[in-house]
Design a protein around this ligand. Structure first.
Ligand code: SF4
Ligand code: SF4
Length: 311
């Protein structure tokens, strides 16, 4: 179990918005959903990906000659490179990165064993203070259920406070295996309507709502529901009321709403992806957020806006 490997794309210390106290945040790669507003696009695919920083590129094409798979193309001289992602996603040696002297190529994703990750976590421990701990995020941590379980179990056995941010989209059998080692769960609710959910995320909400019901009924873990507020997608009165009624139906009385932001938009270019909101960088106003909070309030749901919450 200690040698089990997981694919991680970032580890951040000193996080204060993802669970109690100061925390180490571990981002696991791979997610079944394709949310149009995703702020961590480098965490979606469950494999290592090449990232191309066009602004650093001097177009000497050393990478093109280094790539044995011929995945890099140049349309004309003095033009930025283009990457054949289908070929590139299979790469194992990443020779292009070594060939580039300008730091214009990098990778998202690296493998770590449970032991290696625990070593890093134990080093951070001195900075957390009495309330802190570890939060697994992503991507979707449940996309690597065995690795996630092993890390949570080791943390739990070492008296480290554990939390996880999840989309809710994983087989119940996997959730069942981690719940004993998990103290806090941040659980996303994106839309109550199945068709709309599929439109915004690529998948139906059926499994997510079923998992939410089951976890809520256990009452053993601290369960915090989070809802990103995406103007024109899930901010209608009808959907807010449906969300409040769902929470009441499972006897949950709190929600944390988070306004859409576009901080991850530049990362789409690095991965040769198109950001859905690129042309319209809309965000909900504070007045809109407060209105939504008040609607939840009308349904006896305590609603917290943004990251400044008791969570
Ligand atoms: S080697 Fe680096 S600087 Fe040169 S073309 Fe490739 S990415 Fe650009
Ligand atoms: S990551 Fe591998 S396949 Fe992709 S461009 Fe670099 S060397 Fe070629």
């Amino acid at each position: 179990m200690a040698n089990r490997k997981g694919l991680i794309f970032d580890i951040q210390g000193f996080s204060v918005h993802d669970g109690p106290g100061c925390r180490t945040l571990v981002f696991l790669k791979g997610c079944p959903l394709r949310c149009k507003w995703c702020s961590n696009p480098e965490g979606i695919e469950p494999h290592i990906q090449l990232m191309y920083y066009r602004d650093r590129c001097v177009m000497d094409y050393a990478c093109k000659y280094a790539c044995k798979s011929h995945a890099i193309h140049v349309q004309r001289t003095e033009a930025p490179i283009t990457i054949n992602r289908k070929i590139c996603n299979q790469c194992i040696d990443f020779e292009c990165i070594n060939a580039c002297n300008y730091n214009a190529l990098n990778i998202s994703g690296y493998y770590m064993t449970v032991d290696e990750l625990m070593g890093k976590i134990q080093k951070d421990r001195q900075y957390w203070g009495p309330k802190g701990g570890v939060t697994l995020s992503g991507g979707e941590p449940m996309f690597q259920p065995d690795f996630t379980r092993a890390v949570l179990q080791q943390c739990y056995d070492s008296y480290i406070h554990t939390a996880m941010e999840t989309s809710g989209y994983a087989a119940w059998i996997h959730y069942k295996k981690v719940l004993d080692y998990l103290e806090w769960i941040f659980f996303d609710l994106k839309h109550m309507d199945q068709k709309m959910h599929k439109m915004g995320t690529g998948l139906s909400n059926k499994l997510i709502l079923n998992n939410a019901r089951k976890i809520a009924s256990q009452k053993e873990n601290k369960l915090v529901f989070r809802m990103p507020i995406i103007p024109g997608f899930n901010d209608s009165l009808e959907n807010i009321i449906a969300t409040a009624e769902f929470l009441n139906s499972i006897d949950m009385k709190e929600i944390n709403i988070l306004p859409l932001h576009h901080l991850g938009s530049s990362k789409y270019d690095l991965l040769s992806l198109k950001y859905y909101y690129k042309e319209h960088l809309i965000t909900p106003t504070s007045v809109q957020m407060e209105k939504i909070r008040d609607i939840f309030g009308n349904y006896s749901i305590k609603c917290y806006i943004g990251s400044n919450t008791p969570f």
